[in-house]
Design a protein around this ligand. Structure first.
Ligand SMILES: O=C(O)CCC(=O)C(=O)O
Ligand SMILES: [Fe+2]
Length: 152
């Protein structure tokens, strides 16, 4: 799959997002391949159930140091509407609400909703529609963020 960003990267917009990321590639490790295989099953299930026509998946690790955040945004790019479904898997053992770091969702016409990044929790939403942000935390915050894409 062609992609401009590869490997580890710091954000190009540190004023907007404070995380550090590392893109996943198939064959990197057994654990990564197992994760990608599960996401492939999810892709097929979403296509069967919701007819979304999802064709590809891209994913990166994200590390937010204490205090780091990601301002309110949507995941679909203005010049590229291929990102269709966003999936975030949280990797934080023993996360408590007082640690902060919630994913704050702003669904149109509905009350905002905070999702605590508790280990093994998965957040799934439509990339084009869901306005969201990451609130700062008091401890390291780790996740796997990915997007199912339609072919551009
Ligand atoms: O980690 C999260 O809860 C959301 C991350 C996010 O919005 C993104 O990477 O686009
Ligand atoms: Fe996002």
């Amino acid at each position: 799959m062609a992609r401009v960003s590869q490997g580890a990267a710091r954000s190009l917009r540190p004023d907007v997002r404070g995380d550090q990321i590392h893109w996943l590639e198939a064959g990197q490790s057994e654990a990564c391949d197992r994760y990608l295989a599960i996401m492939e099953m999810l892709r097929i299930a979403l296509n069967r159930g919701l007819c979304l026509g999802l064709e590809e998946y891209e994913s990166h690790f994200a590390f937010y140091a204490p205090g780091a955040s990601y301002l309110r945004h949507r995941d679909q790019f203005r010049h590229d509407d291929s990102r269709t479904v966003s999936v975030i898997v949280y990797l934080n053992a023993d996360w408590l609400p007082e640690h902060g770091g919630a994913l704050r969702l702003h669904p149109e016409g509905l009350a905002m909703r905070d999702i605590s990044p508790v280990g093994s929790r998965i957040a799934v939403f439509l990339s084009a529609d869901m306005l969201h942000e990451v609130l700062p935390a008091t401890r390291d915050r780790l996740s796997l963020t990915g997007w199912f894409r339609r072919r551009a």
